[in-house]
Every structure is written in C-alpha cells, then in structure tokens.
Design a protein around this ligand. Structure first.
Ligand SMILES: *Cc1c(COP(=O)(O)O)cnc(C)c1O
Length: 432
C-alpha cells in the first residue's frame, strides 16, 4: 500500500492528503529549526541527569512517609539544573497545573499581601484560586488582595500600568507565558525577562512567578534563566514527555520553593516527606523525552496554523510567527466548526477513537467546553488534544501530539470532518 492509500484506508480523502502534503513541503525550514531547538534541549536534560549521577536506584520509589527518597530528591535536582534554578519541587502529589500554581501562590503569600497579575487575567481555573470568582478557600478569603494590569493591545507589557500598580503590599507578580483560553500572543522568554527586570527595578523584593504551562522546551531558555523567582507547570503537559501519569513542578529560588513545600505537605515537614510509589522512572524518562516530544507537538501546531490559515480562518499564532508555546488557536466563528474540529482530533486517536466528544459544563470553567483527547494519560494535553469553550469567538485550542506523525494525522482528520460537514469547501483544497 502506498502512503496515499494508507491514509485513505484511515478515512483521509485524496484531496485532504494532497493539500496536507503541499503545506508540509513548504515547512521544511521551520521544522529544521524546531529540530535544532530539540537537539539543544536534549543535551541540556542529559547534562542535568549526568551531573546528578542518575542511576537505576533512583527509579525504585518509596511508600509511607517517603523519607530519604533518593529518586525524588535527585529528580528535583535534575529539574533545578535543567531550568538553571536553585531548587525544585517535582511531585506526583501535585494534582495538576492549577494545583502547582495554587501551591506556589498560597505558599508564598500571607494575609495583607497583594498579588499583581501583569499579563492580564490569569488562566480560567486560577480565578477561583485567587478569588476573582468567589470560591471557598481562595486567596481572597485568606486576606490576600489581587490587582491586574492587562497587556497592551499589541500584547506588550504595560510598563506604565505596572509601575502605577506596584505598591508596598505587592508581594508577588504573576506572569502567564502561554495565552491559555485567550486570543492574545504568547509571551517569549525574552519579553518575560524584560518585564521581570522592570518589576525588580521598582522593587527587587517582589517575587516574580511565571505560569510556564505549555512553554517548556519550546525555546532554548526557560523563564528562570531571565530572572523568574518561581516557574510552574504541569507534568501532563510538556515536561512529562507523555510518560508522567500525573504531577506538577515548581522550580526557582530556594526559600520560595521551601515555602511551597511547607504548603504542599505541611509546615515543619516540607520537602522531607511525600512517597513516590512507582512513578519515578516515568518522571525521569518522560523528562528525558520531553524535548523531542515538544518538538513533535510544535510541528503539529505550525502545520495546523498553515493548513487553516490558507483556508481563510484566523489562526494564532499565524503560519509564519515564531513560537513560544505549543498551543495553536483557530477561530471558526461557529460552534459547529469547533465541534467538527474536535471530532476529527478524537477520531484520529490511538485510544477512544470511537468516542464522540460533546460540549459539557466542566468544573473551573464558566461556559460549556468541548474537549477531544484520546490519550494514554487521562486529560494529558501533551498528547494530541483540542478544546474549545462554546462561546464567541468560537475558537478551538489545539495542542500536543507525542509524535509529529500522529499530530499530522489528527490535523488532516480534523480537516476531513470540516470538509464532510461542508464547513470547508473541498474545492478550496486544490485551488489557489
Ligand atoms: C493548563 C494550564 C493551567 C492549568 O493546568 P491544569 O493542569 O489544567 O490544572 C494553567 N495555566 C495555563 C496557561 C495552562 O495552559
């Protein structure tokens, strides 16, 4: 069977396949650049593992209190070194990215302190952590106030606004690298570094925390290399490499990481406790694979941008732009567009390909959300996945792909569904 027939046997028509091939050919240079970044980051991870003398004994895991868990402690040193940070907290007890961020904030903020978000409204689930939407146990309930400075219309930091907002209660600044469910640009590590330098020039004591979700290994540098005091993310996104079954990480300055540990476990216990059961090998191996897995996901995002941009949909980032995270948003303008796209991603999955995704009211989100994922790890979004809130502008957020080949298949399948539903006119695929 030739390739075209193989795709046909999987439900991809000749027109859709041929259109994809044309786009892929044009992306050769972009893909080469992505591979170079992966190569650099692969070395960075290996260097950190060698420096910390990672060995078989580190994969054993612990039970009960988890005292003297060598594998856990060494992995935290590996993360700290790879991120050029002093210390790290990398734990299966961190349930998700939101939890990691909640630990970083509540561990370091005290009653009377103020949290200042300088890249606009934080990710949806953090609204309840902070208390922007009333919620039991929020920072607001503990007397931590909140202030926000939006990005300027061109997505640059509003330096004047930041300067005016910082006051003597400002304890922590929040910066979100990725756009999340917004249609803005993702911030580059360099831009984040400039904003941090500005904040520190006003008050060097302010803790600068970066929500690094989806950004890991997309560039050669991470925010901790440009002055971030804390940098936070999820292990079922980039750094888990698709193998970590759960977990989150926080890297940064030692005293702030200690505070996080006292919040995550207990005052007095901190980093000393926390069993790792049998997950350590997957954490190490996933981190080892993460640079190349991220590269595959990134190629998928660039491919999707070019596929849909040329069909007249608005895409962010656009087909040419440099990348700072693995998220691709495509605005369809109708609920049907979002739904068909997600159906295609689901139908291309190795797991649960027979299921049909539907919009539902997910906890933590303020509108119905549709999610497509046929993942080995439940909810993993480094695996090929797509989600979109069912509200204007009806944009879908697409990410992941453990291999570029799977990402490509998923994107072609999404296009196939849109063609079948007559949302995309098949004549546009061959025409110029
Ligand atoms: C995914 C994400 C989070 C929260 O992660 P969960 O693991 O879903 O709790 C926070 N911020 C950003 C920018 C994200 O992309």
């Amino acid at each position: 069977m030739n390739m075209e027939k193989m795709y046909e046997s999987m439900g991809i028509s000749r027109e859709v396949y041929a259109y994809g091939q044309r786009i892929e050919k044009e992306l050769k240079d972009r893909f080469e650049q992505i591979d170079r970044t992966a190569e650099y980051n692969q070395l960075k991870v290996i260097r950190a593992m060698q420096k910390n003398r990672v060995s078989d004994a580190h994969f054993a895991g612990s039970s009960g209190y988890g005292y003297n868990d060598l594998g856990r402690d060494a992995l935290e040193d590996v993360y700290a070194d790879a991120f050029h940070a002093q210390s790290a907290l990398v734990r299966p007890q961190i349930a998700c990215g939101t939890h990691a961020l909640a630990v970083a904030m509540s561990g370091n903020l005290r009653p009377g302190d103020e949290l200042l978000a300088i890249s606009g409204k934080p990710y949806d689930t953090l609204e309840e952590v902070i208390g922007i939407r009333p919620s039991s146990g929020s920072l607001k309930e503990y007397g931590v106030t909140y202030r926000q400075v939006d990005l300027l219309p061109d997505a640059r930091f509003d330096l004047e606004g930041i300067k005016n907002a910082i006051n003597d209660r400002t304890k922590m600044v929040h910066i979100q690298r990725s756009k999340g469910y917004q249609t803005r640009k993702t911030l580059s590590v360099t831009e984040i570094g400039e904003a941090i330098a500005f904040v520190k020039s006003i008050n060097p004591e302010v803790i600068c925390m970066v929500d690094n979700c989806y950004g890991e290994f997309v560039e050669r540098m991470e925010p901790t290399e440009v002055g971030a005091d804390l940098c936070v993310g999820s292990l079922i996104k980039n750094p888990g490499g698709g193998l970590a079954p759960s977990g989150g990480y926080i890297v940064g300055k030692k005293p702030y990481i200690e505070n996080c540990a006292y919040r995550l476990t207990s005052p007095g216990l901190g980093k000393e406790v926390g069993a790792t059961f049998g997950v350590m090998q997957s954490f190490y191996q996933g981190f080892f694979l993460a640079p190349t897995v991220t590269a595959g996901a990134l190629k998928g995002a660039v491919f999707a941008a070019n596929i849909y941009e040329r069909l007249g949909f608005s895409v962010l980032p656009d087909g040419q732009e440099s990348r700072h995270d693995i998220i691709q948003s495509i605005t369809f303008g109708t609920p049907e567009g979002v739904i068909e796209f997600c159906k295609g991603i689901q139908a291309a999955a190795p797991v649960d390909s027979f299921a049909e995704p539907e919009p539902w009211a997910m906890p933590g989100y303020d509108s119905d959300v549709i999610m497509a994922a046929g993942a080995f790890v439940q909810g993993s979004s480094i695996e090929l996945s797509a989600d979109g809130p069912i509200k204007p502008p009806y944009a879908v957020y697409f990410q992941g792909g453990l291999t570029w080949e799977h990402a490509k298949f998923g994107i072609l399948m999404s296009l196939q569904k849109l063609v079948d539903a007559k949302i995309v006119d098949s004549r546009r695929l061959s025409g110029r």
